[in-house]
Write a protein that binds this ligand. Sequence first.
Ligand code: PMP
Length: 363
Amino acid sequence: MPSALAAATPERLFRQEVLALHAYHVPPCTGMVKLDAMENPYPLPPQLREEIARLVADAAINRYPDASARCLKEKIRTVTGLTQGMEVLLGNGSDEIIQLLALAVARPGATLLSVEPSFVMYRMIAAFAGMQYVGVPLTEDFALDLHAMLDAIKRHQPALVFIAYPNNPTGNLFDAEAIRQIIAATPGLVVVDEAYYAFADASFIPMLARYPSLLVMRTFSKLGMAGLRLGFLVGGKAWLEQLEKLRLPYNIGVLTQLVAEKLLQHHEVLLQQAEQIKQDRKWLYERLVGTVDVRAYPSEANFILFHVAHASKVFEGLKQRGVLIKNMNGVHAALADCLRVTVGTQEENERFIAALQESIHNS
Ligand code: PMP
C-alpha cells in the first residue's frame, strides 16, 4: 500500500474529541413494549391517516423542498401563538438546532454550559463543535443550584447555556425565577429547551420579548412526530437571521413539511393525546410510588425517573419480559440505580408495572 494511504487512519486524521466520544446508542427493540424514548404511543385517527396518505401520494418528491418552509413556519407561528418580531428557525429535530447553535458560537475556547444530569446531547455537541463544556451539578433533589450556576457563569463566561424545561432525565421544571436570574447574568445566549412543553403547564415563550438573549427551542418529537424529525427555535430576528446562514438549505424534507403542516392543522388531536398521557402519568407515578423498593421522582414530562435497588438487574429483568425502558445507572453519579420509563398507553403501562414487580422480586 502507498505510504500516504497507510497513513490515513481515523486515529491519525480525526480530532481527539471525536475519537473520545461514545456513539449515541439506540438499542434494538423489535417486538418489545417500547418505553425508552419518550415517544407518543398513539396512532393517528384513521381519517387523518388517509388524508396523509393522499398528501404523500401527490407529493412532488422529485423536487427539492421549499427551502424556507414558509407554510409550515406559518402553521407553527399560529399553534405556538408567536407575536410579531419573533422569528422561527426549523431543524431536522431539535438535535440539529443544538448543533447549529454550537457551530455559530464555537470560537476557540468558547464554552457551552448546562446542568448535570441533563440531556446528553448538549455535552456531546459541545465536543462535536470543539467547544469547552461545563456541567453544573443540580442539587440532590434535582433543582437548579442557583448559587453554583451564577458562580460558574461568572467564571466561564459561557457563549451558550442550555436549560431543559422540563429537564430530561429528571422530569422536573426548574424554578422560573432562578432561570430568569441565569438569563440576566449570562453574557451569551440562553436556550430554554422546551422539548416536553406539551406535558407541562409552563413556558418561557412569553419571556422572549423581555430578554433579548433568550431563545426557546421546541420539538414535535414528543407530541407524535418523532419519525418526521422536526424541531424549531424561536427568538429575535437579529439572532435567527444569522443562524439561518448555517442551516443547510433543504434540512426539512418535502414529506416532513407536508405531513407536519397537516398534523398542525389538527393540533387538537395531538394535544388530546398529550392530555391522556398526562393523566396516565399520574396513574403510573402512583403505581411506582406504591411499589416496594422504588422511589419515583415527580414529573412534568412524558416520562418518570425512578430509583430502585439493583437497577441494572431490574432493567435486564424488564427486557427479558419484553419491556424496554432506559437504564440511567452509570450515566451520571446522581443517577446511580435510576431507570427512566416513558408513559405509554394504559395497556403498556400496566404491562410495565407487572414486569417491574416481577423483576424486582427476582433481582
Ligand atoms: N431536548 C431534550 C431535552 C430532549 O430530551 C430531546 C430528545 N430526547 C431533544 C432535545 C431532541 O429531540 P429531537 O431531536 O427529537 O427534536
